[in-house]
Design a protein around this ligand. Structure first.
Ligand code: NCD
Ligand code: ZN
Length: 346
C-alpha cells in the first residue's frame, strides 16, 4: 500500500484570492502548497487592464508568507470595452497569462462581463494571433435555460460557433461539471483544455439539496447528477493532458453564504490536495495525480512544470481548520464528508 507520494509542486489554474482582508486571510492557504495559481479577475471593480493586473499581483505577493515560494499568474477580465492593444501589452510584458470571459450575469461579479460576443471579437482575434489563452466560464445566462443545462447549452450555442470563428484561439473551458463537457474536450482536435475543481470531483447535486439545503455546497456552475461527477473523475484520473486542476477555490464569508440569497463559491484551498489524493487513491489512480495537479496545466500554458516537489504522506485523518478567519468574518472550509488521510509536507 502506498503511504508516501512525491510529486512536482502543484499549480492551481483557477483560483479566487479576492482583495483586502480576505486576500490576506486566504492567500497563505494556497501559497504554502502550490507553486503557481492563475488568479481570477472578478474583483469589484474587476481587473480589466494590464495596469490593474500588475497592481493586483503586487498586493497578492505582499500577502504571501515569507517562507512560501508562490508566483501568482494573472488574468484580465474581458469586457465589451477591452482594448486589444492593452491585452497584447499585458501578454508581452508578462503581467497577464490569460483573459477571462464571464458571460454577464453568470456568476459572482460578472456584471461587467460579455453580453454580445461579437463585441469582443477583435480582442479574441488578437489573442489568437499572439497565442494568449482565453479562460471561459461556460454557462449561458438565459432565464429560459434550466440552471442544470446551462453548461451543455453554452457548448452548443456559444463555444462551438466561437471555435469555428476563431480556430486558432487557445481556450480553457473552466470548472467543467458535465459529461457533455468532458466528451466535448476529449473529442476536440487541438487548442482546448478544461479545468476541473476539487469539489466537483466529490459532490453531486444531492449534496446541495437532499436532506436540507446546504449553501456551503452551492457554487457555479452548480454540481450536477452523479453520472457527471463520475465522468469528471474519469477525466481527472485519465492522465489526458487536456484536463488539469483549477480548484475554483472561491472564498466568501459565512454571512455572505448563509442568507436568503447566498453567494456561489466553495473554499477548498486549505484541503484541496488532501481531497485530491484521497479521490485518486480511491480510484486506484495515485500515479496519475501528478499529471493532473502539476504537469498538464503548465504545459497547456507553455510553462515548465515545477522542478521542486512536495510530499504527500498518508496517516491518521488530517486535521484541517473548519474555517479560516479574516477581518471580514470567518470563511468556511469545504467539508468533503469523509476523512482525509493524506497530509502535505512541503
Ligand atoms: C466564483 C466566485 O465566487 O468568484 N464562484 C463560484 O461559484 N465558482 C466565481 C466563478 O468562478 O464562477
Ligand atoms: Zn471561479
Amino acid at each position: 500500500m502506498t503511504t508516501e507520494l512525491t510529486i512536482r509542486r502543484p499549480d492551481d489554474w483557477h483560483l479566487h484570492l479576492r482583495d483586502h482582508a480576505l486576500l490576506a486571510a486566504v492567500t497563505p492557504e494556497t501559497a504554502c502548497h502550490f507553486g503557481r495559481a492563475l488568479v481570477m479577475p472578478n474583483l469589484d471593480p474587476p481587473v480589466t487592464t494590464a495596469e490593474h493586473a500588475r497592481s493586483y499581483a503586487h498586493r497578492i505577493i505582499q500577502a504571501v508568507p515569507a517562507d512560501c515560494d508562490f508566483v501568482p499568474q494573472m488574468t484580465l477580465y474581458l469586457t465589451e470595452d477591452t482594448d486589444p492593444d492593452d491585452v497584447a501589452k499585458a501578454h508581452d510584458e508578462g503581467s497577464a497569462l490569460a483573459v477571462k470571459l464571464y458571460p454577464a450575469g453568470a456568476t459572482t461579479n460578472s456584471g461587467s462581463g460579455v453580453r454580445d460576443i461579437e463585441k469582443v471579437r477583435p480582442v479574441l482575434a488578437r489573442m489568437a494571433e499572439i497565442g494568449m489563452p482565453l479562460c471561459i466560464h461556460g454557462e449561458v445566462t438565459d432565464d429560459d435555460v434550466d440552471i442544470f443545462d446551462r453548461e451543455a447549452v453554452f457548448i452548443d450555442k456559444v463555444l462551438k460557433p466561437l471555435r469555428k470563428a476563431e480556430p486558432d484561439l487557445r481556450i480553457v473551458l473552466e470548472h467543467v461539471t458535465t459529461e457533455t463537457a468532458v466528451d466535448y474536450i476529449r473529442d476536440a482536435k487541438k487548442g482546448i483544455a478544461a479545468t476541473i475543481t476539487v469539489h466537483h470531483l466529490i459532490i453531486n447535486r444531492n449534496a446541495i439539496l437532499a436532506g436540507g439545503i446546504k449553501p456551503d455546497f452551492y457554487c457555479l456552475p452548480v454540481a450536477k447528477r452523479e453520472k457527471h461527477r463520475v465522468a469528471l473523475v474519469q477525466a481527472a484520473i485519465s492522465g489526458d493532458r487536456r484536463f488539469f486542476l483549477g480548484t475554483d477555490s472561491a472564498p466568501h464569508t459565512r454571512d455572505a453564504k448563509l442568507q436568503a440569497c447566498g453567494c456561489a463559491g466553495i473554499f477548498t484551498a486549505p484541503n484541496a490536495l488532501s481531497c485530491l489524493a484521497e479521490i485518486f487513491e480511491t480510484a486506484d489512480a495515485l500515479p496519475k495525480l501528478e499529471a493532473f495537479t502539476s504537469i498538464n496545466g503548465a504545459r497547456f500554458y507553455g510553462l515548465d512544470p515545477a522542478e521542486e516537489t512536495i510530499r504527500l504522506v498518508k496517516g491518521d485523518p488530517v486535521e484541517y481548520p473548519i474555517e479560516v478567519l479574516s477581518d471580514d468574518g470567518p470563511v468556511l472550509v469545504f467539508d468533503p464528508g469523509f476523512p482525509l488521510h493524506w497530509r502535505v509536507e512541503t
